[in-house]
Design a protein around this ligand. Sequence first.
Ligand code: HT7
Ligand code: ZN
Length: 878
Amino acid sequence: PQTIYRKDYTPPSFLVDSVELGFDLDPARTVVASRIQMRHNPASTSRSIELHGEHIELVLVRLNGKVLKPSQYKLTAGMLTIPKAPDEVTLDIETVLAPQDNTSLSGLYVSNHNFFTQCEAEGFRRITFFPDRPDVMAKYTVMLRADKDNYPVLLSNGNLIEEGDLGDGRHYAKWEDPFKKPSYLFALVAARLVCQEERYTLKSGREVLLQVWVEDGNLDKTDYAMQSLKNSIRWDEERFGLELDLDRFMIVAVGDFNMGAMENKGLNIFNTKYVLANARVATDVDYAGIEAVVGHEYFHNWTGNRVTCRDWFQLSLKEGLTVFRDQEFSADMIGTDTGRAVTRIDQVRTLRQAQFPEDAGPMAHPVRPDSFVEINNFYTVTIYEKGAEVVRMYQTLVGRDGFRKGMDLYFERHDGQAVQCDDFRAAMADANGRDFSQFERWYSQAGTPVVTASTRYDAASRTFELTLAQSCPATPGQPKKLPFHIPVTVGLLAADGRDLPLHVDGVVSNGAASVVLELTQASQTFRFTNVTELPVPSLLRDFSAPVVLEYDYTDEELLHLFRHDSDPVNRWEAGQRLAMERLLKLTGAVAAGEHLALDDTFIEAQRALLADDTLDPAFRELALILPSETIIAERMAQVDPQAIHAARQFMRRTIAAALKPELLAQYHANQTPGEYSPDALSAGKRALKNLALSYLLIAPGEQELALAQQQFDGAGNMTDRAAALGALIHSGSPSHAQAALASFYADFENEALVVDKWFAMQAAAPSTDVQAVRQLMTHPAFTLKNPNRARSLIFNFTNGNPSQFHAADGSGYAFWAEQVIALDALNPQVAARLARSMDRWRRYVPALQSHMRDALEKVAGQASLSNDVMEVVSKALA
Ligand code: HT7
Ligand code: ZN
């Protein structure tokens, strides 16, 4: 496969002014006619028109009215090239495709008898020949023709300008998008669907039509998506002064989808998972996901659509920024400081669980990569989540108002353009009079920086010195790194737990409780003055940069922070550090066959936190969750998954036994009677209650089993029902678990998203071995073709059940190889994601490593492997 380099970027040879597309939709044979108005781009030296195209049949191409003979163009595997074209060109192109055979879900495809498109990143070339690159922006007019009975609804981007009957049982609809857009934002839907719709008045007084389209039978599950859309529109007006630019905004839900959702202009297409919700079928986590993804796609309308990417190396320009925006939206929707902190803690957990491992593995890449083989492999946690952290750091450095000024300038300069990450950085710098040239390294250098802190207190002069040193591990292709520009937010706690007023030499601090220090050199010392007593430093408050912070805290200091830190993120962090130290020791003890023990100090701190009713239940729940097995593994030089699992289980069992009365009390205190509401306070209560339940069910007696069974039988919402089912599955009582699983399936077999949960919970249970997963694959409801279903069972096993996936005999890896190969034949994008489960194979104990290498080599040795999977496995093996 060919590697594409950022440095090789050249401007498009021809620009496109307008595109007219005509679709005669038929699942077996769809005919697409396109008329493209092009003109030569003065910025290019080439006179050849280059049109991407793949998996489609070219029927005809006409240039300025004349049919071209095959000798007048070149047709290779992925490209149609017309040499020596004149300045102004009208191209007519006809292609034929078979959407019903398209299992890749990229381009035009059929899902449950309906037509959908997915064009990002390079799906448009599976529909027609076109310069399918984001820096070619054009106006689109689209004519859809299809059978009226089977496809009563015909949608595309922009405004509906005409519709009618064709007389032969077919009908048509013509759509026009008034905005120029890149081809990846094109979409169509031809389907039997129904919609919830509402007229909504923007702040400016303009009225817009909002629609949420779903399959018949799902209209009782669209309220939350609609509400989230309205909240998103209002939030973007208020926080960023950005208004919806269209008269009509549509969301369409589809059951077969490779990712979460897609921001096509005016016609967002969503995975059903991020649209459908009611109390019966969706959990609190599902509701939060819907709010975040509806917001995310809506916010793309400005950050992504109005201002788009010059090339796919700039992907984080739109994705990192839009994730940051959806994170801020979700935090603002809760509205309280602790609510905001809870969302921040969740973001930190995701980074540590997924992004830090990526940054330390064979697929590590900068936020703005220098090369790729398959762009679909670069929709990563680094581009999205680390990209969002990079955007967040601007806000930390220039403040909220400064950030808004930077955004305003970005739109003033670049509305309607396809630009680069550097343009965003320049807008932030220029709007705030800042020099962000060193900040560029966050875009160009991969790897997670390590910041090592050391301190010195001098009582006589009342000074406290904080030395921060930074380094960054080597990553593929980048052996050496230069220092980053890192904002480190710091507070100092007094013995009574309060924040000391801060005065730092050379930094404007004015006696504040927190100060943002800017670490730009390899090592720097900051001098705090007038420090009246030996403080406990609270470092990297609010997780002010995506780094690993090392500081030699004593247990006493961590306990002090855990009890008192005014920054809830660092309060949580202190608890995680206390737990992690113990988990690492316990893991060592398990491996050495030593006696296991957990100290009272830790347990008592947990007890106090659990019972502290002044704290938000959502915060207490997060503070009680131990670092995951994956996060523990990242801290070990050689990973022994069985030892980690045993150590973590021991700790959970010990906590459960010691805190039983408190857990029971919290279980009862945090009930949420009455009508279900997904609001943050109720969801937090349920989370704490259900965490208590899961602890109580670790080694349950009859009473605890009865409690879980009662909750399962009587639950008025899916959060409580699924939590009870999970607790029963993990209880070690197969009879209870099997009965509950059977009744759950019987109740929800017609709800695809709930059946996904049913598979997922079993896949992640430590009692489920590879044989059991194979058995579940024979269940009539299982299919590899549906990405949600494949993820629910297979990904949840390989990524969510480490002690079984890493079985000593390598059977988990052999299973992985089989599934990657099988999936690759259907859907390379999804297969390549599964292939990533083996990224960190070199860190495992030697016996496992050799099984893992065998499995990787088996996949790599397959004939006709997709570029997607080939890139992942060859980088893993390199
Ligand atoms: N921008 C969207 C990306 C996306 C996607 C990419 C590749 C293959 C399928 C896809 N579906 C959606 C989603 C987003 O970030 O909003
Ligand atoms: Zn996005």
